[in-house]
Design a protein around this ligand. Structure first.
Ligand code: ATR
Length: 482
């Protein structure tokens, strides 16, 4: 069940939030602490105004809520409003149980007993849940994993707390996002969403339902994902999930913030995970864990795609082919004889190896000359400084692989001295922003342009084939929130 936390200041605003998200929701949580003065007392009627079960709560400031008044008044308010037709009431684990709970039981209102920890997963996590359940209440543990090994603890709930039919487990913060999306695989009866990420890491109802289809995850669902650090900017779920859905493959693709590759493999065994994309900074760190790698991975020294094949983790590099594909016509026409590659990092390695394998003469320019020299010696290429870029006027292809010009540095140009003749192909690997300063100059000179988004999509589509065994459907577009 997907439960939307209503964040309106008034009952009217909350009704509006329900109306716009109605198709995605199984229930809602009404938070008295978020309502403006005078609105809380109207809340008694709220459950009769909508056709969904409602959880009633009034969250204290210390539990991440907005209620700062006296505890006695908070409980009095909850008791008054709870006379309405609420399906559940959420009360904190440190409250003394008494007559209020007895009344609720008699009225068949279910009690969710909640415990929040915004810093960690407490050592007594499983024990606490079991103790609450033993009292006939629904345990709700909203805790904060701060590593992949913490996330493993959360996913172990499925086995450790298997006897508890109704329970709510929430992983807050960025490490907890996979637990929110895959809540069914923890055995949690619901996952929370909201319009305003009212709790850390919370996603909107639309993203949970349309992009991830969390509700449809079952025990057979294959789990794929992307690992990186940071990971919040990734576009990969938007590319893979719509395609998995389009071919009716029972699978989901989830972003994982990762602190340790070793722990991630332990999580991958537990869930299990069937395959994953690898992004910055793990493309090299992943290599020692792979049982099988392709020739490209070996040469490039980096891997961006891992799939489980039988008992082995097997690594490929789709950046390599994703990069080359837009150039194949020029390669075939033999108009691609010389290239200037700007940068000598991980991305440049795939680019230079690919170009060399197709017989193109390459010069690598880099800020740190030593790195350019190293890559040049491995690939029988030439190298030079960024400042000498103007000497290479007239090359067939210029590839920009550095981070200069990315969002945050949009005015940056790694080779200001280079003048485009207009006859070259200019290939920019940055896709955010779509137009870097250097690309703008290339357009102005009427060079042919290959945009970063093309390589991104092509490498992702090749990954999709590796994961699913099917071609990326031609009619599918990456998911966009509307
Ligand atoms: P990726 O895997 O995306 O290629 P990387 O391996 O960190 O990332 O490589 C970043 C590239 O951008 C390198 O070539 C780097 O130059 P150095 O080798 O000298 O570090 C280049 N780069 C980053 N910031 C730069 C800057 N301000 N000016 C010039 N080059 C820069």
């Amino acid at each position: 069940m997907l439960c939307m936390v209503l964040t309106g200041r008034t009952i009217e605003e909350n009704l509006q939030q329900v109306a716009t998200n109605r198709p995605y929701l199984s229930l809602v949580e009404l938070r008295l602490d978020l309502l403006a003065e005078g609105e809380a007392d109207k809340a008694v009627e709220f459950p009769t105004l909508i056709d969904l079960p409602v959880i009633l709560t009034c969250r204290r400031h210390s539990d991440g809520g907005a209620y700062r008044g006296a505890e006695k008044e908070r409980l009095a308010l909850l008791q008054r409003v709870s006379q309405g037709k609420f399906a559940y009431i959420d009360l904190e684990d440190d409250l003394k149980r008494g007559a209020f709970e007895e009344q609720l039981r008699q009225r068949k209102v279910e009690i969710i007993r909640s415990y929040h920890d915004f810093e960690k997963i407490p050592a007594d996590f499983f024990h606490r849940a079991a103790k609450i359940a033993a009292r006939g209440e629904i345990p709700k543990l909203a805790v904060t994993p701060t590593s992949i090994s913490d996330l493993i603890t959360l996913f172990r709930s499925q086995q450790e707390l298997a006897d508890i039919q109704q329970k709510i487990i929430v992983g807050m913060g960025e490490y907890g996002v996979p637990a929110r999306i895959l809540y069914k695989r923890l055995g949690s009866m619901l996952s929370y969403c909201s319009n305003d990420a009212i709790a850390p890491g919370q996603l909107t109802a639309q993203i949970m339902s349309e992009l991830y289809r969390s509700e449809q995850v079952d025990q057979q669902t294959k789990i794929f994902g992307v690992i990186g650090n940071p990971i919040s900017q990734t576009n990969s779920p938007h590319i893979h999930n719509p395609a998995l859905q389009a071919i009716k493959f029972n699978a989901i693709y989830v972003p994982f913030l990762v602190d340790s590759v070793r722990s991630f493999f332990a999580l991958a065994e537990l869930l299990p995970i069937s395959g994953f994309s690898v992004t910055v900074p793990f493309k090299q760190a992943i290599l020692p864990y792979l049982g099988k790698i392709t020739r490209e991975v070996k040469h490039i020294g980096s891997c961006n795609t891992v799939v489980r094949s039988k008992n082995l983790w097997s690594g490929t590099n789709t950046d390599y082919y994703g990069f080359v594909e837009p150039l194949l016509d020029a390669i075939e026409a033999k108009t691609l004889q010389s290239a200037l590659v700007v940068g000598a990092g991980g991305a440049a390695r795939a680019v230079v190896w690919a170009l060399r394998n197709y017989g193109c003469k390459v010069t690598i320019l880099n800020r740190t000359l030593e790195k350019a020299k190293q890559l040049a010696s491995e690939t029988m290429s030439a190298y030079d400084t960024l400042e000498n870029a103007h000497l290479y006027h007239g090359v067939d292809l210029v590839v920009q692989t550095t981070t200069v010009g990315m969002a945050g540095d949009v005015a940056g140009d790694p080779i200001p001295s280079f003048i485009f003749s207009g006859r070259e192909i200019f290939y920019e690997l940055i896709y955010k922003p779509r137009e870097t300063e250097l690309l703008r100059r290339a357009v102005e000179a009427e060079a042919s342009i290959v945009y970063g988004i093309e390589m991104l999509l092509r490498q992702a589509k090749l990954q999709f084939e590796a994961f699913s065994g099917y071609h990326y459907p031609k009619w599918v577009q990456p998911y966009q929130e509307h």
